[in-house]
Write a protein that binds this ligand. Structure first.
Ligand code: SF4
Length: 60
């Protein structure tokens, strides 16, 4: 699995980090999400589905 966040699109809402803290972290300084585990985990898909701007991509 390969997880990416398009940081140009991210609005820093923190939903991904709430749903899947093992993969996403909110970079407080930048106000954007950061992928801390690019190899992902199952919750990454749920986070991608829940992102309000759809800027998380999860590839096999
Ligand atoms: S859910 Fe989407 S918009 Fe919100 S912080 Fe995560 S990547 Fe950014």
């Amino acid at each position: 699995m390969s997880v990416k966040v398009d940081r140009d699109e991210c609005i820093g809402c923190g939903v991904c980090a709430q749903i899947c803290p093992s993969v996403f972290e909110l970079d407080e300084d930048a106000g954007k999400a950061k992928v801390i585990r690019p190899e992902g985990s199952e919750c990454a898909r749920e986070a991608a589905d829940s992102c309000p701007v759809g800027c998380i991509s999860v590839e096999e």
